[in-house]
Design a protein around this ligand. Sequence first.
Ligand code: ZN
Ligand code: ZN
Length: 411
Amino acid sequence: MEQQNMEKYAQLVLQKGVNIQKNQPLVINAPIEGAYFVREMAKQAYALGAKEVHVNWADDTLTYLTYKHANEEVFQTYPKWKVMLQESYAEQGAAFVSIHATDPDLLQDVDPTRIAEANKSAGIALKTYREYIMNDKVCWTVISIPTTGWAKKVFPDVSEEEAIEKLWHEIMKMVRVDKEDPIAAWDAHNDLLKKANDYLNEKQYEKLVLKAEGTNLEVGLPKDHIWAGGVAISEDGTVFNPNMPTEEVFTAPHKYNVNGVVSSTKPLNYGGNVIDDFQLTFKDGMVVDYQAKQGEEVLKHLLESDDGAKRLGELALVPHESPISQSGLIFYNTLFDENASCHIALGKAYPTNVARGPEMDEAALDKNGINDSMVHVDFMIGSAEMNIDGVTADGKVEPIFKDGTWAVTFK
Ligand code: ZN
Ligand code: ZN
């Protein structure tokens, strides 16, 4: 990785990702393997006027050892000080950068009950912090950098060093750092996504019908739903990009109005385990049947996380010719794979996907069809065969996607 590109990437994340402001604290969740990049980011954050940079380090090997050997109790609770740390930074209006780079196979020989318990404890404990993020009360972004375990999973046939170099190369391309002016490239890209959002928001389809091999799904949409994607705007009016890369426009499915069958088209890396080749059947918004060729036990735990985990929290449209899809690679990292393909998410919906959502209490969100859960897990359902129709309030059927890509042109 050339120094110059690393600087450009760090700048891009700070300026377009979280749009760091003068005197604002910055919190970075990072793999310790990526310390060189985190140091670069901290240096530039201070140059841009950040008040303080705090890093929560993680290490795959230590995570594995904990899951393998720690006392059972460790997974049934979540440290209070960790909750207080995140919440106190959120209260101060900090910006949050999360670097996702876990080895997809890290926890494959760990008892899935231990993982499910840990996810559940964290999910419950971090409820308030999650509200900050999912309502855009603060600026936040998810990015990736290569780590050895992950890079080797994507490029198993080359040396560790070469795998990391190759993955860096792909990431730089996907986040447009290979462009002369990455910031201008992101502005243009955000404009395009805005046009798609404007079109769909104007249409206010009552439901979308998704059809492909193994998929025939009707997804009802809440009244006054909002399509979003590209930039988001925080409570204090700061414009930021919550995901880098991002190619999707997304909204919230109606939690009580999803019917039919849907099949996955890419493997899902769920917290250190791979679930692959799976199918879900929905009735009145809820999963009533499921099967998976790989990781069925993990899928079962995911669906049983809480009541909301069996319902949908997101429907996202991504054209099959997106740059990530064009790469032909499977990244085993949702940030990348979800931007290669149309996807849906089990679990919590973003309240920002319905008009006045962030001001609604739990009962009002439920009444408006906005799902709640402590999980939000995206999985891929798109392919070159995917056709999607929109059904208007007066029953008119209009094509939105044909053969995996937009059937409409935006002005
Ligand atoms: Zn998404
Ligand atoms: Zn999502």
